[in-house]
Design a protein around this ligand. Structure first.
Ligand code: GLA
Length: 389
């Protein structure tokens, strides 16, 4: 793929790129909607990547080609990037990332860029974060900035929050940056710390795309506000808390009568997810794959009952997992309201399981869901072409 993107660059712009940078997609394993509540997430970078080949050019017009999305070269002026995205457009992720640098007082030079990606688009595997991270790594090098993982993640998040209008947390960017081969990424979002946790041996993640498009700028933002509302309620009884991360299940249950019913269920999901991440770490330490996988089913149930961010198609996929002896556990992954489910299976049975689920789903819904067999992979990195030769 690196060679393909370099070739694309050369054919499009008639010169060689000076650098190629790449960043992976991610899967959320446990810890749903916990990141913006300062909580805990178990996620992984996966072996599909966005590649970007770049060359700085004089002037102030950037030129970008991403032929998998659009055949034509797109251009934009560095001096005329609006404050917010004006319409839905893939170029917004480039503009929004550049804008974050400009807001920090950095002079981003004009560039030509060619993009190719193996991260499925709009599938809940954070193709957008992988694009932001691939680009911002390169800009860090051009601007000679220290590569601080927290700041890099914040720039990607800033693009989503400020430019796109999705108030997402930091998990997508963190996972894309910090992934390690054969490891899950355990991250926590108060102090922004991250740790690698070994994936059980011979395990694969099979991803199925429900085909239901998820738009994270509406319901997602509403859920986030409900989480903030629950913190306000809880603060009356536990004045020292700062976020849902500071509350355990017993403390929450003790205040149930003080909550509007729906807001309580939102908080229960987040507090429950933090709890499940900790239980999962114990299971992984004890090599208890079944116990670990059961937590995935519990998490999905909580998405249905409490956070209401699943949909019929995702529930159907998780039901298949529950009735199949080939699968350990499954759940929604990422923001939800559509998107993907992840299924934990033994690697040597992954293909059989994939075919079984695809045909069962097709019999019911009339189409074959996109599916990918994924492994945990190395996070983002960028290599100077001269070192690649
Ligand atoms: C999306 C967001 C993340 C996170 C998940 C839900 O992927 O981008 O920040 O909140 O949803 O866990």
């Amino acid at each position: 793929m690196i060679n393909d993107v370099l070739k694309l660059f050369n054919q499009t712009f008639g010169a060689n790129a000076t650098i190629c940078s790449q960043a992976p997609g991610r899967l959320e394993i446990l810890g749903n909607h916990t990141d913006y509540n300062e909580g805990f997430v178990l996620s992984t970078a996966v072996d599909c990547y966005t590649f970007i080949a770049i060359k700085e050019i004089p002037g102030d017009t950037c030129k970008v080609i991403s032929p998998e999305i659009e055949k034509e070269i797109r251009t934009f002026s560095l001096n005329q990037i609006a404050d917010h995205a004006e319409s839905q457009d893939w170029l917004n992720y480039i503009k929004g990332t550049v804008k974050e640098f400009q807001k920090r007082g950095m002079q981003v030079p004009a560039f030509e860029a060619a993009i190719l990606s193996t991260v499925p688009l709009s599938a809940g595997m954070s193709s957008s974060a992988s694009l932001e991270i691939a680009l911002l790594q390169r800009l860090h090098e051009v601007l000679d900035l220290e590569k601080d993982i927290n700041e890099m993640a914040r720039i990607g998040q800033g693009c989503e929050n400020n430019f796109i209008g999705a108030n997402t947390g930091l998990m997508d960017q963190f996972s894309s940056l910090a992934g390690q081969k054969d490891s899950f990424v355990l991250s926590e979002y108060r102090n922004l710390t991250v740790k690698a946790v070994p994936v059980p041996k011979n395990i694969s993640l099979v991803v199925f795309n429900s085909g239901v498009k998820h738009d994270l700028s509406q319901e997602y933002n509403e859920r986030r506000l409900q989480c903030e509302e629950s913190v306000k309620i809880l603060k009356q009884f536990y004045p020292d808390i700062q976020s849902l991360r500071d509350i355990n299940l017993q403390q929450l249950e003790a205040q149930i009568i003080n909550f509007p019913e729906e807001v309580y269920r939102r908080a229960l999901h987040v507090v429950g997810e933090n709890d499940r991440v900790h239980k999962a770490l114990n299971c992984l330490e004890q090599k208890d794959v079944e116990g670990f996988a059961e937590l995935l089913f519990d998490s999905h149930k909580s998405s249905i009952d409490n956070f209401e961010n699943s949909c019929q198609e995702l529930d159907f996929l998780v039901n298949i997992a529950q009735s199949s002896s080939l699968c350990y556990g499954a759940r929604i992954s990422g923001g939800g309201f559509g998107g993907i489910s992840i299924h934990l299976v033994e690697s040597h049975r992954a293909e059989d399981y994939q075919q079984f689920v695809q045909s069962t789903f097709k019999n019911h819904y009339g189409f074959t869901p996109d599916s990918f067999i994924c492994q945990s992979a190395q996070g983002a990195y960028s290599e100077k072409l001269v070192e690649l030769v």
